[in-house]
Design a protein around this ligand. Structure first.
Ligand code: NDP
Length: 348
């Protein structure tokens, strides 16, 4: 070694690759802020046999990630402080030391919020970009599409002529729920947070009626008017006062797939709502919470139906794409302000 050079300028040193990563900097109280995330630079280790080096293409941001920012036990473990956040990511293979993958394959998995990263071959699954655009595997043909399918078809069990109400209707899950309910021959009423979303649901996605929960002065009355025959299925994505009002209009033998409670994810104290049990009891209503993973064994059935409807043009999709890896926190926080229509995705 040349004694005039400092040690890290050794001509024999192999240049190590470094990349950007988002870590959880602090646990939010209430609505998360930008300061709760920190972008750091990390070195990538050498690729080992059975591993692949990936470059992130599309990152999914989802409301459930808010729960993982708390230090609380749930169905998904909490993110750790100063460790990367994780989520659904579509990535391209940059280098492979696995027989299962080759350079330029496109894969999906639960990956870190990191620009380039190494995973084992078991952690990645190939996606077929000839069948559908890669980003669809995070939305309509992925977790949110499957949530809509199983919640509605296996818990809601729609019958032609019934009335289906869906909250969070213009979001990734809701927009699919409404369209599947239409395919089943139901009357569909959506609830969403802007006039643009309301118009889109009715004009582009075939909803029979849609209610802007931010401008209606009487939610109970708006639902009663939009559902003259009452509500047979309420697909609940949001909880809170919207759900209280829908449940006031619930029919005998109605079904309520309890999918999400986004209106409560940032509350520091759970608000007191009406006692709904007498209504559920006297009207013989079924309310069932579910996590999409409950249906894992049936995923092929769900994907087959969703892909077929997409191919036939019966199930349309829409995405809100944020550009730039650095905008991951902004995109996640945007979910709580209604910034998205359809699936919220970050394109790196
Ligand atoms: P979305 O794409 O629907 O994005 C969130 C939307 O929620 C926003 O665009 C906003 O739309 C609405 N929203 C935000 N804050 C509020 C509020 N306080 N009151 C009412 N609406 C609000 O997300 P997803 O479709 O991915 O998820 C929808 C729900 O389903 C979430 O609660 C999520 O946690 C849950 N989920 C559950 C799964 C399961 O396995 N059970 C799997 C996937 C999702 P707007 O402009 O209308 O306010």
């Amino acid at each position: 070694m040349n004694p005039d050079l400092p040690p890290d300028h050794s001509p024999f040193k192999i240049k190590q690759m470094s990349t950007s990563q988002f870590v959880l900097a602090s646990r939010p109280k209430g609505l998360p802020a930008n300061e709760d995330f920190k972008m750091v630079t990390v070195d990538l280790p050498e690729l080992k046999t059975g591993e692949i080096l990936l470059k992130g293409m599309y990152y999914s941001v989802d409301p459930y990630m808010r729960g993982r920012m708390n230090d609380a036990k749930s169905y998904a473990p909490p993110f750790e402080l100063n460790k990367p956040l994780y989520g659904g990511v579509i990535a391209k293979v940059v280098e492979s030391k696995s027989d299962k993958f080759k350079k330029d394959d496109v894969v999906i998995g639960q990956f870190p919020w990191q620009q380039e990263f190494i995973v084992t071959e078991k952690e990645a699954r190939k996606v077929d970009t000839n069948l559908a655009p890669a980003s669809y595997y995070l939305g309509v043909l992925g977790m949110t599409g499957l949530t809509a399918y199983f919640g509605l078809m296996h818990i809601g069990k729609p019958k032609a002529g019934e009335t289906v109400v869906v909250s969070g209707a213009a979001g990734a899950v809701g927009i699919v729920v409404g369209q599947i309910a239409k395919i089943q021959g139901c009357r569909v009423v959506g609830i969403a947070g802007s006039d643009d979303k309301i118009n889109l649901l009715k004009q582009e996605f075939g909803f029979d009626e849609a209610i802007n929960y931010k401008t209606t002065t009487d939610m109970n009355k708006s639902i009663a008017e939009a559902c003259p025959n009452g509500v047979d299925i309420y697909f609940d994505n949001v909880g809170g006062e919207i759900s209280d009002a829908v449940i006031r209009n619930i029919n005998f033998h109605a079904r309520i797939p309890l999918c999400g409670q986004i209106s409560l994810y940032n509350t520091t104290e759970a608000p007191m709502g009406p006692r709904i049990q007498p209504m559920l009891l006297t009207r013989s209503v079924l309310m069932q919470g579910f996590i999409v993973g409950n249906f894992q064994e049936k995923f092929p059935e769900g994907i087959q139906h969703l892909a077929q409807w997409v191919k036939e043009g019966k199930l349309k999709t829409t995405e809100t794409i944020e550009h730039g890896f650095e905008n991951l926190p902004k995109a996640l926080l945007g979910l709580f302000k209604g910034d998205n229509t359809g699936k919220m995705i970050v394109e790196a």
